[in-house]
Ligand binder design. Structure first.
Ligand code: ATP
Length: 382
């Protein structure tokens, strides 16, 4: 756990003035969670982060890391006990990757065999083959590979707390998304307590269990990504998050959150009349046709079969696309727009029909937050 209590930093400037880079910041990052520190340039994110491991001495306030007041810990020991990842990576060019990863365990006097074995395990965690990479030098790695090494090096001594300062900022967008995904997968297992500086809202939404938004050294709001997007506390936060913040929420919600589980379905041999009755009874305009074991095979649209007779197999259309219940709503909406449809059938990994998702259900789910909390929402959200 990381706990900051009225933490302040006042820099003195050469002209005799002062800059308050952090102003009585009080917040807590619960154990095993990622907190993203977000805000415009110069708002105090990096200063706050660097005070946690003592790289910048605080002016006042208290810091607790993993239950200990950092004032009571030797500064060098404190720094070595906290993982630290920076954008510039900082691998030692004349050391192999194996030795780079083992820097902190070596400083801590760990058994050499144990730390070298751990270096190999850590490389595997980020999909780098130890057989290939352990003996290489940093310049023989791509930028993305070096950044992966930067991340696992911070984990080598198994610190409970990790500080990350724009760790993926220098990586191109495609590789950045891959590394972010790998990191989240790793974090699911490792459950480190992480403070993560970013200036990228989309990264903060993706990575953060919670987001802390700063302005001029002041912590303006500290909330879960969805709460922040749905209920920004003031106009500064609303405009910082962007006018498309409701759309950003789509990536936080899953298809299963709004899926209407449906028992209503037909098979190829059913009479069309049965399909028509089922739709009318349920108030639906479409019904999915499934195969003998329940895999989604197609659909019928009510208007197309109003005066038809015969069997479903003579009239069904192919499903233009489907979604998985674990897909996010951004994916669902994007597929709906691409295929010009207002609903999608949801199928599991094996293609079995689970239910459906509609544009109305999605806009209802997004709107519910604003309706439920209308008194807290800024006017723009009403
Ligand atoms: N050593 C220093 N001496 C004087 N002022 C400083 C010093 N370091 C930072 N500052 C000032 O403190 C404020 C906060 O800086 P900080 O680097 O924490 O911002 P940041 O939010 O991390 O910004 P960025 O996103 O641009 O990295 C800024 O106004 C900065 O100019």
């Amino acid at each position: 756990m990381i706990k900051l209590d009225k933490l302040s930093k006042i820099f003195e400037t050469p002209g005799g003035g002062t800059v308050t880079a952090a102003d009585k910041v009080t917040m807590e990052v619960p154990e095993g969670e990622i907190c993203v520190l977000l805000g415009p340039s110069g708002c105090g994110k990096t200063t706050t982060l660097k005070m946690i491991n003592g790289l910048i001495p605080k002016t006042s306030g208290k810091i607790h890391v993993a239950g200990r007041d950092t004032d009571d810990v030797d500064p060098v020991a404190l720094r070595r006990s906290i993982g630290y990842v920076i954008q510039q990576i900082g691998l030692f060019p004349n050391m192999t990757i194996e030795d780079n990863i083992s820097v902190v365990p070596d400083l801590l006097g760990w058994d050499r065999k144990k730390s070298r074995a751990r270096a190999g395990e850590l490389l595997e965690l980020v999909n780098l083959d130890p057989g290939i990479f352990l003996k290489r030098f940093p310049k023989e790695l791509s930028g993305g590979q070096q950044q992966r090494v930067g991340v696992i090096r911070a984990l080598a001594a198994d610190p409970p707390v990790l500080l990350m300062d724009e760790p993926f900022g220098a990586i191109d967008p495609i590789n950045r998304a891959v590394i972010q995904d790998e990191f989240l997968k790793m974090q699911k297992e490792l459950r480190k307590t992480i403070a993560f500086v970013s200036h990228d809202i989309d990264e903060a939404i993706k990575m953060g269990d919670k987001i802390a938004i700063f302005k001029d050294g002041i912590l303006e709001q500290y909330d879960s990504p969805d709460d922040l997007l749905a209920r920004p506390k003031n106009d500064f936060i609303a405009s910082f998050l962007g006018s498309d913040r409701t759309l950003k929420r789509l990536s936080l919600l899953k298809v299963s959150d709004v899926m209407i589980s449906s028992q209503i379905r037909v098979v190829a041999q059913d009479p069309v009349a049965k399909a028509r009755d089922l739709m009318k009874e349920a108030g639906h305009k479409n019904v999915v046709m499934v195969g003998p074991r329940g895999r989604a095979r197609g659909f019928l649209h009510l208007n197309d079969i109003l005066d038809e007779t015969g069997r479903v197999e003579e009239h069904f259309q192919a499903l233009p696309t489907t979604v998985h219940p674990d897909d996010d709503l951004r994916t669902a909406v994007s597929r709906m727009f691409r295929h010009d449809t207002t609903w999608l059938a949801c199928v599991d990994d094996d293609g079995f029909f689970q239910g459906f998702v509609t544009q109305r259900a999605i806009s209802h789910a997004l709107g519910a937050t604003y309706r439920d909390h209308a008194d807290h929402a800024p006017a723009e959200a009403l």
